[in-house]
Write a protein that binds this ligand. Structure first.
Ligand code: ATP
Ligand code: MG
Length: 461
């Protein structure tokens, strides 16, 4: 026989839990109801027995009136048994034709009645249940009064049968209810799975649409959707980055290949070769710079750059950078105005800080037209160190303001590429400044030109 292995799902387990819990609750409820119903009937019988016994005792039970009292009691209580016995166990009055024969006797309760306290007991006599009261009449005699529970038992049995008759329907209803409830509970899990499945197939824009009344589920949906937002952002950023990298590397390589192929088509004069090699060197340098920058960013991403910190005089560093670019400054007839507050020292990795400041100065040089001005300013206050680069170039369009710090982002790609730029400078600068606990921002000056401001913490970087 082939038995297919059944997979137990979370829904099955939940259904089982709902089913068991609901069934337990129903059983507890029904049992409590049944027992309290039975208890209240017995209490009522006990009250009737006691009231009759009291009346009989007050009137006094004698041989003469016993028969009459017995009949009245039998009528009122519906009992078939009453008996008066004395302290020696002799029965003076009995409603049983066969005397005391076979009637169960509990000595402890009889003794108790002779001691003046009444008590009840449930006994079985000739297969019939009875409720029996042991009641003290006077010091020398007690009254035992019985009430048949057969009718009551019959009613209770009917009640029990009714419950067991409905039990299969109840079980089926509870199972269906449990299955339905389990289904409702796992709706978010189903949606999560469906969404994750769609995402797996490449649809990163997919989000869970679920308006659940439960706060926990709403939070789960929110956290999951937020996580998807950030995954989408990362994946798209990564895709853009990869395509940018290949594009940036392909362009100079294509230019180099083309140039070499054309050059090799015929013999040339040495001056011509020199000229072509110089142009090629420009592309090779560009490739070199891109690979250096990419390497730096990759190491930064993987957190494998160890900062070698020492006290760096920022003013001296800026002076060095300006000096290194004096030819370019001269070529473009630029006016560099330096306004340094002495001394501005910062605990940092000198090479990285130099790279960050050089990038900003290089940008100012590149994007400022001939005869323009570049202002460099340092300030140190209680709040921190501020380094400002301001130029008289075209500035940065408002819409590109935040994006210039993204990798490979350039406002004017052609212009930037012609000047050897790849759009990685500001991304590297931002990373260096933030790694040192600082912050970089950009805005356009009211008189034109871009202003980059670096703020560095005073104490430790
Ligand atoms: N001072 C500035 N004035 C105007 N635009 C600027 C200035 N600095 C940066 N930009 C704009 O921001 C873009 C990004 O600058 P970034 O330094 O990252 O790249 P790049 O200078 O083009 O290339 P790289 O720095 O890698 O050589 C530039 O392409 C330019 O469009
Ligand atoms: Mg740059």
């Amino acid at each position: 026989m082939l038995l297919k292995k059944m997979t137990i799902t979370f829904r099955h387990k939940l259904t089982f839990i709902y089913f068991s819990v609901t069934l337990c609750l129903i059983f507890i409820f029904v049992s409590t109801l049944y027992l309290s119903f039975k208890g209240s009937i017995i209490k009522k019988i006990d009250r009737t027995l006691l009231a009759e016994a009291r009346i009989a005792a007050t009137r006094g039970i004698t041989d003469n009136n016993a028969d009459k009292i017995g009949k009245v009691m039998i009528k009122k209580t519906g009992n078939e048994y009453m008996q008066v016995s004395n302290i020696h166990g002799e029965i003076s009055i009995t409603s049983l034709k066969s005397g005391n024969l076979g009637w169960p006797v509990k000595m402890s309760l009889i003794d108790k009645a002779f001691n003046g306290a009444y008590s009840f007991d449930t006994v079985s006599f000739r297969g019939e249940p009875y409720r029996v009261l042991h009641f003290p009449v006077d010091k020398s005699s007690i009254l035992r009064l019985g009430y048949s529970l057969q009718k009551v038992d019959g009613e209770l049995k009917e009640l029990r049968n009714l419950f067991f008759f409905f039990l299969p329907f109840l079980l089926i209803t509870v199972a269906i209810f449990g299955y339905h409830m389990a289904g409702r509970t796992i709706v978010p899990v189903v949606r999560l799975t469906e969404t994750a499945d769609k995402i797996k197939k490449g649809n990163l824009k997919e989000r869970i649409q679920l308006d659940s009344p439960g706060l926990e589920i709403r939070n789960l949906v929110r956290v999951f959707n937020n996580m998807l937002d950030s995954i989408q952002k990362h994946v798209e950023g990564h895709k853009r980055f990869t395509s940018d990298v290949s594009h940036e590397i392909r362009s100079p390589l294509t230019a180099l290949k083309g140039s070499i192929e054309v050059t090799l088509r015929r013999k040339r004069k040495p001056e011509e070769y020199e000229d072509i090699l110089k142009k090629n060197l420009f592309e090779v340098n560009r490739l070199h710079k891109i690979s250096d920058n990419l390497l730096l960013l990759a190491r930064a991403d993987h957190d494998i750059i160890e900062l070698r910190k020492s006290w760096v005089d920022i003013n001296e560093l800026l002076g060095l950078i300006v000096d290194r670019h004096k030819n370019k400054i001269f070529e473009k007839s630029l006016n560099v105005i330096e306004e340094y507050q002495e001394p501005v020292e910062f605990l940092s990795d000198r090479d990285l800080l130099e790279e960050a400041l050089s990038n900003l100065f290089d940008n100012a040089l590149k994007y400022t037209p001939d005869k323009g001005s570049i202002f460099l300013k340092t300030e140190q206050s209680f709040h921190g160190i501020t380094v400002t680069f301001h130029d008289t170039g075209a500035g940065i369009p408002e819409k590109d303001m935040e994006r210039v710090f993204e990798r490979f982002y350039r406002v004017d790609k052609t212009r930037s590429r012609l000047s050897g730029g790849s759009g990685l400078g500001l991304a590297i600068t931002k990373w260096i400044i933030e790694t040192h606990g600082g912050h970089i921002s950009v805005k356009n000056h009211k008189n034109g030109g871009a202003t980059f401001t670096i703020t560095l913490p005073v104490d430790d970087a």
